[in-house]
Design a protein around this ligand. Structure first.
Ligand SMILES: Nc1ncnc2c1ncn2[C@@H]1O[C@H](COP(=O)(O)OP(=O)(O)OP(=O)(O)O)[C@@H](O)[C@H]1O
Ligand SMILES: [Mg+2]
Length: 579
């Protein structure tokens, strides 16, 4: 970069001999030239022209090479910085707890990974490079003009503070507008993403016009910010240039006097003017660069903001691997709430889950069933109380050893946009095809998978959109089966199945349950009749516990729920037959 600046001025310095040749034709005094270039130029006119041409071409070639090398090197530095930043940020994000992801929209995080990181890359790769180069060029030019006439240079430097002030002023406005525009695009992504991802709902409720209008509104705010910043960015250079030109005119007069006084010859004055004019070049460039630098800093700020959030489920430094479950998992006086001060979702829960048993959680919607299961793999930690695993507090165990013992089928079925095979083997990527098929058979998924266009290699689409709800669920069950973990959590695992598949999955679960500890959450009480313990939850508390027959005999909430469902089923049957 420095080389580029130096060569730029060397090329400028050649003007003096060129002019000497053109006007003075070797007679009279030969003006001194920057870097003593005049010594290279022979006396005879033809030789002089040759050398000058040679020097011009050589300098340009060297400058070109230097430019190429510096551009490439800075791009390399920028790219590796961004690669590192993206990896660090992504690793950091994946380390965060469930709470973190409940608080931040995934779009917001993705925009930091992609756009903010890219803005930083631009800053490193081009902005910093250009800034260094332009600053250095500016310095060399100032030094060069000093060389030719220090008086004129001093006068010309008087203008610098004025320009700096103006640049700073324009810069502040541009910065604010850049921030508005950045926020706007983020909002735009969110708006579009939401409507496009939920286009089924948008269509069903005929909200296309409303969504379009919402999108246009957000898009317009970006246009407004960008246009205002274009108007400022457009006005700034001419303003600065005009002020500069007044000074140039002034300098021309001074220069004329200097020449008359014999302190300067014409060639030197032309060289000086060259540097003077060229000096106004880097200045607006620098102010533009300052602007991109501000944007990059804003982007960096966005990244650090996320990097500074530490909402990890911390592993103790002395955490021990958790041995395989032998006797029981115990929830001891567990209370939990999602946000720090929010009302508790679980209150004083005490529950023992015997190893090898099947425990069913039932109860009203929002009662805290799913929440309870999230405490076992430590997606969240209880606010009070503890979860004990054979008497060991799971907080004292390594997270990996804990989670490796738990397989999970969540309430919302989550599939990746990949093949059926990839989705089933997600928890055990090394599983063989035979193992994958076996798991699919147990989950009663094998038959429908074989009927898919490419069998196990069929892509399931974004979030599994090419599959039916029940098929998705069976894939999720197969995935949980394949990891073969001793503890299995099935949240509403059978809710999206028809009666026949449900019966099949019931049998699958019955197979699974045999040598596993299972926690099943189900709304259809028929599916959990065989559970060893049924736990009834209401408003975050356990209100009843026992076997199906015990609870029916007890005549409490469970019996009411059961009768309600029974009545519903009766009503459904009546409804069907009367049609
Ligand atoms: N991520 C979350 N952030 C804040 N509150 C939450 C969150 N998830 C659940 N809740 C709240 O916690 C309570 C319990 O929710 P939970 O999902 O455990 O209920 P549930 O018993 O599984 O209900 P359902 O039978 O409908 O699945 C609800 O009042 C819900 O509003
Ligand atoms: Mg739930």
């Amino acid at each position: 970069m420095m080389l580029v600046g130096l060569l730029e001025s060397a090329i400028g310095a050649l003007i003096v001999p060129i002019l000497n040749q053109a006007f003075v034709q070797g007679t009279g005094t030969r003006a001194a030239t920057l870097f003593g270039l005049q010594h290279l130029i022979p006396e005879d006119p033809l030789g002089a022209w040759k050398i000058i041409s040679l020097l011009l071409i050589t300098f340009t070639i060297i400058k070109g090479i230097a430019e190429y090398v510096s551009t490439y090197l800075m791009a390399r530095i920028g790219q590796s910085a961004v690669l590192k930043l993206r990896q660090d940020l992504y690793g950091h994000l994946l380390d965060q707890s469930a709470t973190f992801f409940e608080r931040h929209r995934s779009n917001y995080l993705v925009s930091r990974l992609v756009s903010s990181a890219a803005a930083i890359e631009t800053a490193v790769a081009s902005t910093i490079r250009d800034m260094l180069r332009e600053s250095f060029t500016l310095i060399v030019f100032v030094v060069a003009s000093f060389y030719y006439s220090w008086r004129l240079t001093l006068i010309s430097l008087a203008i610098a503070p004025i320009i700096a002030l103006l640049t700073a002023k324009f810069g502040t406005s541009l910065r604010n507008l850049a921030r508005d525009s950045f926020e706007g695009s983020k909002h735009l992504t969110d708006t579009a993403q939401e409507a496009l991802a939920n286009q089924g709902i948008v269509k069903a409720y005929r909200a296309e016009k409303r969504e379009s209008a919402r999108f246009a509104n957000v898009a317009r705010t970006i246009v407004r910010a960008n246009l205002r910043s274009a108007s400022i960015a457009g006005a700034a250079p001419p303003t600065i240039e005009l002020i500069g030109m007044f000074f140039v005119v002034l300098l021309l007069f001074f220069g004329q006097q200097q020449i008359m006084a014999g302190r300067l010859n014409a060639a030197q004055f032309v060289a000086f003017s060259f540097f003077l004019f060229r000096r106004y070049d880097p200045m607006p460039k620098l102010s533009r660069l300052q602007n991109s630098m501000e944007q990059a800093l804003a982007a960096a700020h966005h990244v650090w903001e996320v990097m500074d959030e530490h909402e990890k489920i911390e592993e103790r430094p002395d955490a021990q691997p958790l041995p395989a479950l032998r006797s029981e998992i115990e929830l001891q006086n567990v209370s939990f709430g999602y946000a720090n001060e929010s009302r508790p979702v679980l209150r004083d829960v005490n529950l023992r889950i015997q190893s090898g048993s099947m425990v069913a959680l039932v109860g009203e919607s929002g009662g805290g069933k799913s929440t309870l299961t999230k405490l076992l793999p430590r997606f969240h930690d209880p606010r009070e109380g503890a979860v004990l695993w054979d008497g060991i507090n799971i907080r004292d165990a390594t997270i990996a050893s804990l989670r490796s013992q738990i397989a999970l089928v969540t309430q919302e079925t989550v599939l990746f946009n990949d093949t059926v095979r990839h989705n089933i083997s997600y928890g055990r990527p090394e599983a063989t095809d035979a193992e994958i098929q076996e798991a699919a058979r147990i989950a009663f998924a094998h038959d429908f998978i074989q009927e898919l266009p490419h069998g196990y290699d069929t892509l399931v689409g974004e979030r599994g959109i090419f599959l039916s709800g029940g098929q998705r669920q069976r894939l999720a069950i197969a995935r949980a089966i394949l990891v073969n973990a001793p503890v299995l959590i099935l949240d509403e695992a059978t809710s999206a199945l028809d009666a026949e598949s449900e019966r099949l999955v019931q049998r699958a679960i019955a197979n699974l349950v045999r040598d596993r500890t299972t926690i099943v959450i189900a709304h259809r009480l028929s599916t959990i009749r065989r559970a060893d313990v049924i736990v009834v939850m209401e408003a975050g508390r356990i209100i009843e516990m026992g076997t199906h027959s015990e609870l029916l005999a007890h005549g409490g909430q469970y019996r009411r729920l059961y009768e309600l469902q029974f009545a519903d089923e009766e009503a459904e049957l009546v409804g069907v037959t009367s049609m």
